[in-house]
Design a protein around this ligand. Structure first.
Ligand SMILES: NC(=O)c1ccc[n+]([C@@H]2O[C@H](COP(=O)([O-])OP(=O)(O)OC[C@H]3O[C@@H](n4cnc5c(N)ncnc54)[C@H](OP(=O)(O)O)[C@@H]3O)[C@@H](O)[C@H]2O)c1
Length: 249
């Protein structure tokens, strides 16, 4: 076989290799909004698998459960440019294999035009849409230095236009915007071997999901880690449910 064909074959193998979270191979994962809820569960499960985990919290001093996991804890408010820049500075030179943009907010008060509050709506876009983009941009050098080159943005099926039944103006629209942001970033970084996805965690019993939700944090996060484990570069840009099925835009 000619050298160029051997090179092309080897390249095909490299680009289709899945990112694996099942093996403890010293890979580094950063999770935002890691002091409670789904983010904390991600950290706990990843630490149990032996990964090097960095968990961020708006108030590290109060993040008792996060600190108890043994993860490296960093301060981060995803809406605050100075906080994001300080995180990037603190992590200068640290290769990150997987970024999980998990931090998010839900306002339940704006399900009608009568109650719509534009300040809350702007805040929701800052947290749910621009926050993940800010963090991705700031940590791009770290992600480029990592081998995993995987970015998972935690979205919601409520951001799907096709599945929309109305209500929750700020939450739905800010997650729809996140889905589009993921698509754009996935196109831009594809040639570098990145896999960027949006994933719905299911309806989960957290402060946000409430006690009546169908899934425990353990079920949701183990499902999502299974999805991440099976990602290939072919998954780039897609919208997954926590069980690995694809969701409509
Ligand atoms: N639970 C569900 O059923 C469900 C369903 C679909 C999608 N999701 C998505 O899953 C993700 C996690 O949700 P969850 O249920 O775990 O929610 P949660 O229990 O309310 O936790 C939200 C997390 O985000 C953090 N956060 C909020 N605003 C932030 C900001 N400006 N900067 C940095 N961190 C911030 C919170 O930090 P503080 O403690 O400082 O507030 C907290 O750590 C969110 O993106 C959510 O939209 C959840």
């Amino acid at each position: 076989m000619k050298t160029s064909r051997i090179f092309a074959f080897a390249l095909t193998l490299i680009v289709s290799l899945p990112f694996t979270v099942s093996a403890d191979d010293g890979r580094v994962v950063l999770v935002t909004g890691a002091n409670r809820g789904i983010g904390l569960e991600f950290v706990q499960q990843l630490k149990a698998k032996g990964f090097d985990v960095i968990g961020t919290a708006r108030s590290p001093a109060k993040a008792t459960e996060l600190k108890a996991t043994g993860a490296r804890v960093e301060q981060l408010d995803v809406t605050d440019a100075a906080s994001v820049a300080a995180l990037a500075q603190s992590l200068d030179g640290v290769a990150i294999d997987l970024l999980i943009n998990n931090a998010g907010m839900l306002n339940r008060e704006d399900s009608s035009l009568d109650t719509l509050d534009f300040d809350v709506m702007e805040r929701s876009f800052q947290v749910n849409s621009l926050g993940p983009l800010r963090v991705t941009q700031a940590l791009l050098p770290n992600l480029r230095a990592g081998e995993g080159k995987t970015i998972v943005n935690i979205t919601s099926r409520l951001g799907s236009i096709e599945l929309s039944t109305g209500g929750l103006y700020s939450y739905r629209t800010s997650k729809t915007a996140l889905n589009q942001i993921n698509k754009i970033v996935s196109s831009e970084l594809a040639s570098e071997g990145f896999t960027n996805i949006v994933m719905h965690p299911g309806w989960v019993r957290t402060d946000m999901g409430g006690a009546g939700a169908t899934l425990s944090k353990t079920e949701s996060v183990s499902g999502m880690l299974g999805v991440i484990d099976n990602l290939t570069t072919d998954s780039n840009g897609k919208f997954f449910n926590y069980d690995g099925s694809e969701l409509p835009w």
